[in-house]
Write a protein that binds this ligand. Structure first.
Ligand code: HEC
Length: 191
């Protein structure tokens, strides 16, 4: 008798343990990679077109106005929160949170260890008072095409400098060289 009672009594405990285990994020990671890749491609294409049409001064509006819109469209489509952050942020709202800072530090280490920059990303499931949150970060690596707006001060044209000074008085996003991680594309979704 006792033997049959014991497993029954432990059933709620087993269920609890089952619920507390880490959810399978394979699908979410695949979706994040696809979304991030699409965003980077769309933004890169628009940046290139604007640079050809009017040079960096004109392309600034692509980064300023189009980047958040493209991210918002992808967010609406996927139900994920998407943003760009950097410890040397240009947009005052682009400050990384604790998870993003740690993720970036890990990505920097992997880059330094020789990993390919294009595929550098990381993900986790984080416990919060509001519940479990899936988090994803992809490295946004500085390309030669970024230097007109994020390179060392001497690389920036007087026009770009003036525009940045007017629109981003607290700008920290210069001084980068090609190959450095400029920031991360950060995606999150409540589970
Ligand atoms: C024409 C100028 C210009 C070029 C070229 C450019 N950016 Fe930016 N970048 C900006 C501006 C302006 C912002 C601030 C956008 C905003 O207000 O959200 C920005 C913001 C960012 C951010 C968000 C974090 C922050 O600092 O606010 C990242 C990440 C970033 N850029 C990466 C890149 C990368 C990588 C490239 C090259 C592939 C690039 N940018 C090329 C002007 C540019």
């Amino acid at each position: 008798m006792k033997l049959t009672v014991l497993p029954l009594a432990s059933l709620p405990l087993l269920l609890l343990v089952g619920c507390a285990s880490t959810p399978d994020t394979t699908q979410l990671v695949a979706e994040s990679r696809q979304t991030a890749g699409g965003l980077i491609q769309t933004l890169g294409g628009e940046l290139k077109a604007a640079m050809t049409a009017g040079g960096p001064p004109q392309a600034i509006s692509v980064c300023k106005d189009r980047a958040p819109k493209i991210a918002a469209e992808a967010a609406a489509r996927t139900g994920m929160r998407i943003k760009r952050v950097s410890p040397n942020n240009r947009n005052p709202k682009g400050v990384p949170d604790a998870w993003e800072s740690a993720a970036l530090a890990g990505l920097e280490q992997r880059l330094a260890a020789g990993e390919k920059p294009e595929t550098l990303d990381t993900h986790a499931v984080v416990d919060t008072p509001q519940g479990k949150i899936y988090r994803y970060a992809k490295a946004l690596v500085t390309q030669p095409a970024c230097l007109g707006c994020h390179g060392p001060a001497e690389n920036l044209s007087p026009e770009v400098k003036a525009k940045l000074a007017a629109e981003y008085p607290a700008d920290k996003a210069i001084g980068y060289s090609a190959g450095m991680i400029r920031g991360v594309l950060s995606i999150q979704k409540a589970l």
